[in-house]
Design a protein. Sequence first.
Length: 397
Amino acid sequence: MNDISQTITSPAAPAPIVTRERAAVALLFFLNGLVIGAWAPKIPFFSQALGLSELMLGVMIFVFGVGSLVLMPIAGMQIARYGSRRVVEITTLLFIPTIVLVTLVDNIWTGAVAIFLFGGLTGAMDVAMNANAVEVERNMRRSIMSSCHAFWSLGGLCGAATGGFLIASLGVTGHVLLLAAVCVVLFLVARPMILADAPHPSDEPVKAKLPMTPLPWLIGTIALFCMIPEGTVLDWSALYLRNELNASTEMSGFAFAAFSFTMAVCRFAGDFVRDRFGAVNTLRFCGVAAIIGLVIAGQSSNVTLALIGFAITGIGISNMVPIAFSAGGNIPGLAPGVGLSVVTTMGYSGILFAPSLIGFIAEYTSLSTVYTAIPSLLIVVLALSGLARHADRSTGH
């Protein structure tokens, strides 16, 4: 009886640092990041193949974002019905071929369809794997979200850093076929270990309407304003280095690589930092670092200084989004799937939708001006940073 009483009254001890379920979700994040990272050096080739101006490339990136915003809420509804495991398996299998599809298109209309599906399934897989990560985090009673996103950044680093060289040696088609094959292998390794969470049928009726409480929308604003800079670095840093700082094609890809490298390193440390100092303090430190890095990148007079700026930006952005996602999945009085769906959709609209507007702005100003002005969004994040306290609920703090 005493043992039973102790079990009821004592909080469960945290799980071991590494579990099969944590390894599986980390592999999924790495896979998604690898594809997105490989997409970064392919953007100039995609633009050249379809004869796109900067303005038209902005429109295509807009279509990419629309695809995500359409499919992400649908993925959230399916998670409520079937659980995150089944949804992440299906979306991953559908996502992998889309990178091949965007490579093989040869006109604007097929390009628009391909990039819509690519963006849509990127977003759908993202919602599913983040939902699975929230469940794993809750079951382990440990902060794992930052390290999951670290694996995404590591995948982005590998994809961006190797993309240019592989395209040069294998050709655009050879590169993408190798990429798809690697992704299939990663998925087959991860699949047996993915956490089989229970569906949340009670979430379904709620998902048909938007939550009325302002809290998920405010946390979603944090995610949105953190991911706009990330999307701007992903989609425009290579063109910024090449067109405004006269970098070579090979060097231009290192802007996102430098950003991804520091982001990955800091995300691997982020869970320990967050457990030690709390989500609010971690978010505030990261926000200040990101502001400094973006200003340095935007005001750079040479490639080296710009790369340093993007690297500092990676340090700053690293743990802001994982904290926002953990907070969104742990809002008191709100079903986890509902809060997370709002926060992820708003956040990913920043990385997928907002960068298309950068193309329009860059037509009339410059990318240097854009990178210098974006830190104003992070000042809003600092003002809302107290809401990050909800992220600590997942670990019992």
